[in-house]
Design a protein around this ligand. Sequence first.
Ligand code: X5A
Ligand code: ZN
Length: 685
Amino acid sequence: MNSSPEDRRSARVGLAYDERMCLHATPDGESHPENPERIRAIWRKLEAEGIPDRCILLKIKEAEDAIIASVHTRNHIKLIRNISSKKFDSRRLMIASKLNSIYFNEGSSKAAYLAAGTVIEATENVANGNLDSAIAVVRPPGHHAEANEAMGFCLFNNVAIAASYLLNERAELSMRRILIVDWDVHHGNGTQNMFYSDPRVLYFSVHRFDFGSFYPAGSDGSHCMIGEDQGVGYNINVPWEHGQCGDADYLAVWDHILIPVAEAYNPDIILISAGFDAAMGDPLGGCCVTPYGYSVMLKRLMKFADGKIVLALEGGYNLNSLANSVFACAKTLLEGSPIVGNFEGRPFESTWRVINEVRNELKTYWPVFSIDLPEEILIANVERYPIQAGINSSSDSDVEKDLEPSNAINFSSNNDVGDLILPLSKLNVDDGDSGELSHLRSQQNQPGTSEAYENSKEVTTETCNDLFHWRSSLSKVDVWYGSYGSNMWKPRFLCYIEGGKVEGMTKPCRGALDKTPPKDIIWKSVPHRFFFARSYSNTWGHGGVAFLNPQSNINDKSYMCIYRITLEQFNDLLIQENAATEQFESPLVDSRDIEFLVKNSFMSVESIKGGWYSNILYLGEQDGIPILTMTCSLSDVEKFKSGELPVCAPPKAYENTLLKGLLEGTELSSEEAIGYLKDAVARNL
Ligand code: X5A
Ligand code: ZN
């Protein structure tokens, strides 16, 4: 190690970088966000700013298997050690393809061992006092790597290895409480799992969660994951509900969660899983943290653990944002104060909700959370919502006012035909319409939302306004969602809107982003047959679930409860009904699709093709608004008939839910309702 003589006043900051970590690259030269240019760009920027001269450059060395083995399995280590060897040449692609978001080449092993070794080296030298703090510019990243699995661009869990090294191999350094702050935009599932029952490591992560749909998806990143056994209370997740979070949101979390906890925990050292993919401009993160934001987040942590902080690079995929953010952090460590800058905006309304949820979940373990947040904060900050592009154009609402009723498609509904919905042929569909369905356009501005639109103007940035495009326009369109299964019982249906579960469900629903309850509820019957098929569902366990035959038949009659919701909510419903986990940057069903549906009566949704309910049916209209439902494809019906797919009676809890729906919504007696369901089970398709 060599320190620069002329800069005695600045802190001893270790800096580690090695070009050999660029050896890990896609095997075919295909472009990939996690590529060697990431750390080269950082290094170029640091050099251009004279940072390496002000730091202590660290020796780079490969991690030893014995150390890696404290968090990874023997098998995993063997795989990463051997994956780049000649004899794996033919199997490398295949092995990578079986993993989640992983590639391997001849340089992967070397880079993985160097990345882990470098973070160990940096951590050890901060722990033993040789350095005040350090930055490890490493790749591949680590926080998604599980004990026995590479995933999410991560091979070895660099930070977890270093933490466990201090605890288990370097006890004499007295690093008894390690705070890991994971500010990568993704949840560090691997790190969480490795220390889930270990109170010596407090894992804190703030990440996009989007109700479980953001990578790595599922429930691991939920605020309910607080640790177990001895480690309960020592795992803290702050899950954003959406993208676009920026400095104000992160600093609010620092103020009201991280800093109070750090004060109470009193860590001996802080390891930062420093991904910069929450940075403004990052192509994966969709958030808006500025270099100044990172700088302040870091500075606020420097008062703990005598300033013993190690930053280890995780994600970050916009080369400029990445390099500028790392530079800001280096400067902050060196100078002991944040870079020059200022904040704009204030936290989202959802940020306060999330902060309250986290504090509430953990208040028995962190008494400081029992103190309610000052009401002024909550009141003064409730009006910022994520941008829903399109809604802040002032002309938008004018367009709606100018609508001429004569342009509307004339459904000339004849509601006197009893409660049977009109067959399509009776509908007068005016083909001369300009494009969108005018009757769909002539919808309401919902109460309260115009203020939200006003406020959303202030947070516009070039990179932070993409995600909610489709939501904004579809939130202004109403549809009737027709339910014929368990959703006929309103409390069960509401799980899809508000999130949560009712009795008998094995797991909670994510809910829709817009949690407004349905505006109206009507009961009808439709000339379609409903039946039970499949033999297991995630929500209800063993037994069949309800489907509606897409083909109508005048002799069939099924009860249907229709809920008036927005087309945005219908999309969220569709995603949940089809158990889709990825994020959809475009809607599954939009206004144009409804036009198509009006003409063709059903439509298969391509992007959820494997889902059981990927077929949208149009069932006519009510009050000028289309009635849609979702069911299986015609080809599934054929498979149910042929026995290729199972037909099965519903599980008891599911059947009871349907019964409750029918009894509360229809005039049916208990016997009649039971008979109606029994009949659906008994008859052939
Ligand atoms: C370290 C990191 C992201 C993985 C995203 C996979 N991983 N779609 O940022
Ligand atoms: Zn990430």
